[in-house]
Ligand binder design. Structure first.
Ligand SMILES: CC(C)(COP(=O)(O)OP(=O)(O)OC[C@H]1O[C@@H](n2cnc3c(N)ncnc32)[C@H](O)[C@@H]1OP(=O)(O)O)[C@@H](O)C(=O)NCCC(=O)NCCS
Length: 224
């Protein structure tokens, strides 16, 4: 029987993650070791991997942001501070999904679902208001000569077309909020565009601080 486990990323996972990313995105510049190491320092709870029978087969990485600062158009490099997550802000209410990927040989086995479930659990545990992400639209290149990106995204919503990423995210309960242009310019398949998506935490309690805000407050009050 196979066993799937979602667990926090460890520094010793970085080599395997770099290999997996290069496999998944042969045309997009891969993350660097120092970026991944920095993400783990900045926000360890936000970095998750999927392990199938003890083998690392996917990951989901996130940071917390002040969404109001980014709600207008932004690029992946801007919002993630070039993949370092230096834009992580413990005062924020928004868990921002910077990456999710699954080993290409193991797609369709609900590994992506388990990673998204791990993210939703984290969002709830930290009493954050929502998860926001900008998802690639890798099916667009097939029809780019026929329609603008906005119509493509709508056709995916209407069920006329299937996009390998947006269709997955809609199944996962995310709402489509529009197109972000030039999000990852190197992403040829998506024409550089992305779909802004959001999931609202049904358990968010606005009267309570978020887990990160409470931790920062406790730290500021503890004697030096
Ligand atoms: C997107 C991705 C993470 C999905 O992972 P996955 O493990 O194959 O997805 P799952 O098997 O968990 O699928 C969950 C649900 O989404 C649906 N889904 C997944 N891929 C789909 C596709 N290509 N088309 C339609 N539906 C899809 C599944 O049918 C499943 O539905 P169900 O709840 O009815 O069973 C994976 O395809 C991937 O790594 N893509 C490349 C990296 C990438 O572009 N990531 C996005 C960055 S923004």
């Amino acid at each position: 029987m196979s066993s799937l486990r979602i667990r926090p990323t460890q520094p010793q996972d970085i080599d395997v993650l770099l290999r997996l990313q290069a496999q998944v995105y042969p045309t997009i510049p891969p993350w660097r070791r120092d970026q991944l190491a920095h993400q783990l320092e900045v926000f360890p709870q936000g970095q998750l991997v999927a392990e199938l029978n003890g083998r690392l087969v996917g990951c989901a990485s996130s940071l917390v942001i002040l969404w109001d600062e980014w709600a207008d158009e932004h690029t992946w490099n801007e919002i993630t501070s070039s993949g370092t997550f230096d834009t992580h802000n413990p005062q924020g209410f928004t868990l921002y999904g910077a990456e999710v990927l699954v080993d290409p040989r193991l797609r369709g086995q609900r590994i992506g679902h388990a990673l998204y479930e791990g993210r939703r659990k984290l969002c709830k545990a930290l009493n954050l208001r929502r998860i926001i992400a900008c998802g690639r639209l890798p099916g667009y290149h097939r029809v780019a000569h026929e329609m603008p990106i906005e119509l493509y995204a709508k056709k995916v919503l209407w069920g006329d077309l299937i996009d390998p990423v947006l269709s997955f995210q809609l199944k996962e309960g995310f709402r489509y909020c529009g197109v972000v242009h030039g999000y990852i310019p190197e992403d040829i398949e998506s024409g550089g565009h992305a779909a802004l998506i959001a999931w609202i935490n049904p358990d968010h309690e606005p009267s309570r601080p978020t887990g990160l805000q409470a931790a920062a407050l406790a730290e500021s009050r503890s004697p030096a």
